[in-house]
Each structure stands twice: as C-alpha cells, then as structure tokens.
Design a protein around this ligand. Sequence first.
Ligand code: AMP
Ligand code: ZN
Length: 113
Amino acid sequence: MSDCIFCKIANGEIPSEIVYQDELITVFKDASPMAPVHVLMVPKVHISSMDELTEEDSSLISHMMLKIKHIAKILELDNGYRVVINCGEDGQQTVKHLHIHILGKRKMIWPPG
Ligand code: AMP
Ligand code: ZN
C-alpha cells in the first residue's frame, strides 16, 4: 500500500535498522523501543491487521511464527522474550500493517496495562 510506512520499510523504500529479512518478511528495530531489544516482524505484503488474515495467509503466518525463534537466536535472547501482536483500537494498534513485536533483555511485566 503506497502510504503505509511498514510497506515502505519492508520494501526498502525508507531506511530502518534491519536485523533479518527473507522473501516473505522483514524484521527491523522499533524506533521507540520498550525494552533493550525490541524489533518488529512484518510481512512484505500489506495485511492491515490480525483481523484481516485469511486461510490464504496460513503459510505466511506459519513462516512468521516459526522464524521467531531464529530471530531470538540472532538477537541473543537466550533468557526468553515476549511476542506481542496488537490489533485494532482496544489492542492499541497504531500502525495498520500487521506486525509482531519481539521484546527481550529485561523481565516483562504481566499482565500488561
Ligand atoms: P503498534 O502500537 O502495535 O501498532 O506498534 C507500532 C510500533 O511501530 C511502535 O512500537 C512504534 O514505535 C513503531 N514504529 C512506528 N514507526 C516506526 C518506524 N518508522 N520505524 C520503526 N518503528 C516504528
Ligand atoms: Zn503496509
């Protein structure tokens, strides 16, 4: 989508600190990190939120989920990490391109606020 910031990051049109990418996804550092390590994994195709996923996205979502542990290894999150997907208004999703937060290197609070 032409005016989507994460489409632009995923496709290299605007710079970001990329930590991993392949043909389906880009993983880059969050601009306002909420933990010592905070990256976002996005699909290269525009999907606006979890709510928009369909059966056709099954292999993409599977790919994303299975890559998380690989990203955790790259980022040396040996002591664990948190994975977050915000969806919609109550979920406080601010960027309308599906993204998975991966956070680590500090103890996470539960439940979140
Ligand atoms: P969410 O609230 O789940 O939609 O998360 C959006 C995240 O994107 C926030 O953590 C922002 O800090 C992050 N963010 C927004 N714009 C950028 C950007 N240009 N580069 C990196 N991270 C960004
Ligand atoms: Zn997008």
